[in-house]
Write a protein that binds this ligand. Structure first.
Ligand SMILES: Cc1cc2nc3c(=O)[nH]c(=O)nc-3n(C[C@H](O)[C@H](O)[C@H](O)COP(=O)(O)O)c2cc1C
Length: 221
């Protein structure tokens, strides 16, 4: 049965992107180089929050889950994000160390997909990232209550209180909150989608080969 929402959805049009030029034949051999180029182009074209990505994980029963997080860093084909190991996503990343990421830059009709295995950062890297957090984010990391129900707590602003006071939760000399960490998704496969206003969409997939190089292939859109 069609609902009002069905009708509303049917009226929504596909946004016509200002598709930038993309020639898969001259794409870089390294997908992270192409990712950086596209990310910089997204920012240069005022795509809001271009470094926000959907992070998909699975739990031990194989049930999928997804949410958005910030991309903290990229190095050596690992895409890094920050999350508590006690949050649902942290437990999933820890117990089933595989993940997928999706970036969507609609103004340009672009999507980048990343799939790979997951590892957590060493203490030095986590500590350096923790130091860069705002006082509010550090407080939340120290409280370590993300994704818990709020119903039996006072409203969040009261619960968090004054960050400068709550930061005293931090043990003197502690480099980071005990459960907060960076997680890296080691890309094994990356795919670049370029929409085209005329419908000639392009998909370029990179897959890691056995000697650490990359194979590419074009896919039907
Ligand atoms: C724009 C945006 C950025 C976010 N970035 C992060 C992030 O970097 N790390 C994080 O733990 N949660 C981030 N969140 C919150 C997550 O989407 C999610 O609600 C939260 O982490 C709980 O997820 P979980 O219950 O699956 O663990 C962000 C949310 C938004 C809307």
């Amino acid at each position: 049965m069609r609902s009002e929402l069905s009708g509303f959805l049917a009226e929504l049009s596909w946004p016509r992107p200002q598709a930038p030029a993309f020639d898969p034949g001259s794409a870089p051999a390294d997908p992270v180089v192409l990712f950086e180029l596209w990310l910089r182009e997204a920012v240069a074209h005022d795509v809001p929050a271009a470094h926000v990505m959907t992070l998909a994980t699975v739990d031990v029963a194989g049930r999928p889950d997804a949410r958005v997080t910030l991309l903290e860093d990229v190095d050596d084909h690992a895409f890094w994000l920050a999350a508590s190991e006690t949050s649902p996503k942290g437990k999933q990343l820890g117990r089933v160390p595989v993940a997928a990421l999706v970036f969507h830059w609609p103004q340009q009709g672009r999507q980048v997909r990343v799939r790979g295995t997951v590892r957590s950062a060493d203490e030095a890297r986590t500590a350096a990232a923790f130091e860069r957090l705002s006082a509010h984010a550090r407080t939340e990391a120290l409280e370590d209550r993300q994704s818990r129900p709020l119903h039996d707590e006072v409203w969040l602003s009261d619960a968090l209180g004054d960050p400068s006071e709550l930061l005293q939760l931090e043990e003197p000399g502690a480099a980071s909150a005990p459960t907060w960490r960076l997680w890296g998704v080691d890309a094994g496969r990356m795919e670049f989608f370029q929409a085209d206003p005329e419908g000639h969409h392009l998909r370029l997939r990179y897959s890691r080969d056995e000697v650490g190089g990359w194979e590419t292939e074009l896919l039907r859109p």
